[in-house]
Design a protein around this ligand. Structure first.
Ligand code: 13P
Length: 263
């Protein structure tokens, strides 16, 4: 088996102006020169993408956006297309975040159109899925997540270059995290669902998101089907985000050592 690689993504949500982004990212870029087996990406707000792209160009930290519209252009006031994101060197795009689903009424078919548009235009979508607290309490989480994945993938033709982020809604911004065991169970389930959808599931990174910080990330990243993290609040503090990245690098190094012994 190939050594595990980690993808650590910072979702800044609606935080930081272009100037604040430039400041934060220059410090981050100075302190992160890359590590084997770890990819770091930052998703700032749209208005800061240009500033971010300038600082991150030619460096190891990748750029992502938080949303997109599925059409290429047209009369869609306030929206941003894949081509506009590509033009700013954006590589990743978050699709179907629970905040967009809940606060901006994005339903399954909308998420599917966004996912398909990202794939078609060469962006790497990070598809967010996850259950509410009530759904977990009634033990519906597996069904919910399965439905969200199937719905999102329906319109995309043979998608390969995408990521899933499992973010239980009750764990977002609350300080509560799912147990590493529950996360592993869900990630294993997600891999099976992807397989059923005809996707080369072993090649799709499955990230966990929901109150991830340096203090809890090792136990989560250590589980076999957890390939990284989608980090909200903690990604706004460079020290904390770098600590998470560093811990992922340590795990990747250990994995690589195991791999060499095995082969
Ligand atoms: P927190 O890490 O702040 O809980 O946010 C998680 C999230 O929503 C990332 O997309």
């Amino acid at each position: 088996m190939a050594a595990k690689k980690y993808l650590i993504v910072g979702n800044w949500k609606m935080h930081r102006t272009a100037r604040e982004t430039a400041e934060a990212l220059s410090h981050l870029a100075q302190r992160w020169s890359g590590a084997r087996g770890v990819t770091l990406a930052i998703c700032p707000p749209f208005t800061a993408l240009t500033a971010a792209a300038k600082i991150l160009s030619n460096g190891p930290i990748r750029l992502g956006a938080q949303n997109l519209h599925w059409e290429e252009e047209g009369a869609f006031t306030g929206e941003i297309s894949s081509a506009m994101l590509r033009d700013l060197s954006v590589e990743y795009v978050i699709v179907g975040h629970s905040e967009r689903r809940a606060l901006f009424h994005e339903d399954g078919p909308t998420v599917a159109k966004k996912f398909a548009a990202a794939v078609t235009h060469g962006l790497k979508p990070i598809l967010c899925v996850g259950e509410t607290e009530a759904e977990r309490e009634s033990d519906e989480q597996k069904e919910i997540v399965k439905r969200q994945i199937r719905e999102a993938l329906r319109a995309a033709e043979a998608p390969e270059n995408f990521t899933i982020a499992y973010e239980p809604i009750w764990a977002i911004g609350t300080g509560r995290t799912a147990t590493a065991e529950d996360v592993q169970l869900m990630h294993g389930h997600i891999r099976n669902v992807l397989r059923e959808c005809g996707v080369a599931a072993d090649r799709i990174p499955i990230l966990y998101g929901g109150s991830v910080k340096a203090a809890n990330c090792t136990q989560l990243l250590n589980r076999p089907d957890v390939d990284g993290a989608l980090v909200g609040g903690a990604s706004l503090r460079n020290d904390e985000f770098l600590a998470i990245a560093g811990l992922a690098a340590e795990l990747a190094k250990r994995e690589e050592g195991v791999e060499q012994i095995e082969s």
